[in-house]
Design a protein around this ligand. Structure first.
Ligand code: F6R
Length: 244
């Protein structure tokens, strides 16, 4: 595991962008897995700028997203599909049929989740996967629990996550209660993983991950400790407990 300590969010975003741009230079038809939330916004701005300057070309790139709220139409402003188009896809030269965000409006999720997994496999598997982490240690929407699902599945969001995500909605009541998410196995099958941890609210997450080397389904992000090729990029605020 490689850990890059950076001064601030801006430097973290630049370092993450370098890794993504190198990946696409090395393999122009890379399969990427992307996340939503506040964490990757700086990275996406860097990628948009690099694409506009002609230093990275997305025309052969395929992407899959980690998750989506269940019950939100893709045109809903808080849907992850909308988020990805608004913050990345509409501003780069990726082909419309090359990006995949799980659907939040399926009637048969068992069949749909299997199809999503199969589509990732048919694309050749994920070369580089981006994850953020929740304050409770969740990755994608794999919430702390007694067991975790290996494959793409539907989950009930925890009260903690609903409260944290309510900042994007008019009230906590409007936050969907379920999500569809890639599973721990689907995430860990990626050839490379970049995990970004920023802000002092996540300092306890980074501290636990770095100091307590145990793996627990109650702390889903701990599973990255089992992966061969993980780069964690953290800012000074997230590192504030590291010297204690
Ligand atoms: C988003 C996702 C979530 C977020 C996590 C952190 O696609 O899978 O696990 O990465 O909730 O969210 P932010 O970045 O908003 O702190």
């Amino acid at each position: 595991m490689k850990v890059l300590f950076k001064n601030d969010y801006n430097e973290v975003s630049k370092a993450a962008a370098e890794i993504f741009i190198k990946q696409i230079h090395d393999k122009p038809d890379s399969v990427l897995c992307l996340a939503t939330g506040s964490t990757p916004l700086g990275l996406y701005s860097e990628l948009i700028a690099a694409n506009k300057q002609g230093t990275v070309d997305f025309s052969d790139v395929t992407t899959f997203n980690l998750d989506e709220y269940v019950g939100l139409d893709p045109k809903h402003e808080q849907s992850y599909k909308y988020f990805m188009e608004d913050n990345l896809f509409n501003h780069i030269n990726i082909k419309k049929d090359h990006y995949n965000v799980p659907s939040g409006i399926e009637s048969d999720y068992d069949a749909y989740c299997k199809k999503y997994e199969d589509k990732i496999e048919s694309a050749g598997g994920i070369d580089l996967l981006l994850i953020g982490v929740g304050e409770n240690g969740h990755i994608a929407f794999n919430e702390p629990d007694k067991s975790l699902s290996a494959v793409t599945h539907v989950v009930d969001l925890t009260e903690d996550t609903i409260q944290v995500n309510s900042r994007f909605f008019a009230s906590a009541d409007e936050v969907p209660k379920k999500a569809v998410t890639m599973g721990m196995g689907s995430i860990l099958k990626a050839k490379k993983i970049v995990l970004i941890i920023t802000g002092d609210k996540k300092a306890h997450v980074l501290e636990r991950l770095m100091n307590d080397k145990s793996i627990s389904t109650e702390f889903p992000v701990s599973f990255v400790l089992t992966h061969r090729d993980v780069t964690i990029i953290a800012d000074a605020a997230a590192c504030k407990n590291m010297h204690k």
